[in-house]
Design a protein around this ligand. Structure first.
Ligand code: ZN
Length: 311
């Protein structure tokens, strides 16, 4: 487990998605990993000093030129890079389709508290522990403390309504839903928004013991409205532009919040393995005795950072 001293400065990451954004900040550092044990991240992470205590780490999940479709984003490599940077918490910005009458696209915000993952699991690795059996609870996929803080910042700044809670359906994409699918997500999954990237990103952030939550920008009404126009890329970009300035204001407010408040997050995200690593079911010490020195070296290099390897 990392010590408080090792975590300085407080690093707060924002993973950006489809919404175009000009941060208007001066770059202070750049963290580039050509590879991780999970492959190459989407792009280098860029650091910006927000105030004396807080550094913002920015990462575009779709990479340079927005060339990575949701199926091709290296979710595990991105989370590993942020973990190696000692990132404390992650705010995920997500352009989403709206599934509820009560939400106004282009104006309201959504901070979901659940996900329903309908992505193609074979295409998207679901764990940072493919070599061992590690079973972590994903019952609540988002950090409650982050959600509270983001809600507080967003409520003070958003002119629309900030919807706190609800299920975020995640589909494989990259195309949008059929009308029948969209109605099913409303009626069967009781979902509030639909997107294509939140999982497995949220699950992997939990495994990395990083506080994580989503701020969703509803950009369209998907295709469930009988008399409505189905979502188009043009409509989505038009609405997403309306959120540009607001999302930046929320990021600044959060940086102030993190700088002023030195109390630790009141949640269990940093202890997901349990006090005695109960989530780790593999007898790693026993297994290592059967490995070649090369294989043991590979496993130690990959998993040392999680604090699960025997001495
Ligand atoms: Zn947390």
């Amino acid at each position: 487990m990392r010590t408080e001293a090792e975590k300085k400065p407080f690093r707060f990451a924002v993973i950006g998605g489809t919404a175009p954004m000009n941060l208007g900040l001066k770059e202070t550092d750049r963290f580039s990993l050509s590879s991780t044990p999970y492959g190459k991240p989407s792009e280098p992470a860029v650091c910006y000093r927000m105030n004396k205590d807080v550094e913002l780490v920015w990462l575009n999940r779709h990479g340079k030129f927005h060339k990575l479709s949701p199926s091709r984003i290296p979710y595990a490599a991105n989370i590993r890079m942020l973990m190696e940077m000692n990132v404390h918490c992650i705010l995920s910005l997500s352009a989403c389709g709206n599934l509820r009458e009560s939400v106004e696209p282009g104006k309201d915000l959504v901070i979901p508290d659940q996900t329903f993952d309908l992505t193609a699991k074979g295409l998207r690795p679901q764990t940072l522990f493919p070599d061992f059996a590690v079973h972590i609870s994903h019952a609540d996929p988002f950090c409650p403390e982050m959600r509270k803080r983001v809600f507080s910042a967003a409520s003070a700044l958003c002119k629309g309504k900030v919807h706190y809670g609800g299920t975020h359906v995640v589909i494989e994409g990259p195309g949008f839903s059929t009308r029948a699918e969209s109605k099913t997500f409303r009626q069967i999954h009781n979902a509030i928004v639909i997107g294509e990237t939140t999982q497995p990103e949220a699950k992997l952030a939990q495994e990395a013991m990083i506080h994580y939550c989503v701020l969703a920008f509803p950009s369209d009404d998907d295709s469930w409205k009988e008399d409505g126009e189905p979502a188009t890329a043009e409509m989505i970009f038009k609405n997403l532009k309306k959120y540009g300035a607001l999302s930046l204001e929320i990021i600044h407010a959060l940086a102030e919040d993190f700088a002023c408040d030195s109390t630790p997050f009141d949640c269990g995200c940093e202890n997901v393995m349990g006090p005695n690593l109960e989530a780790v079911h593999t007898d790693i010490a026993g297994y290592l005795k059967t490995c070649s020195p090369e294989e043991e070296g590979r496993l130690r290099e990959k998993y040392e950072i999680f604090g699960i390897m025997p001495k």
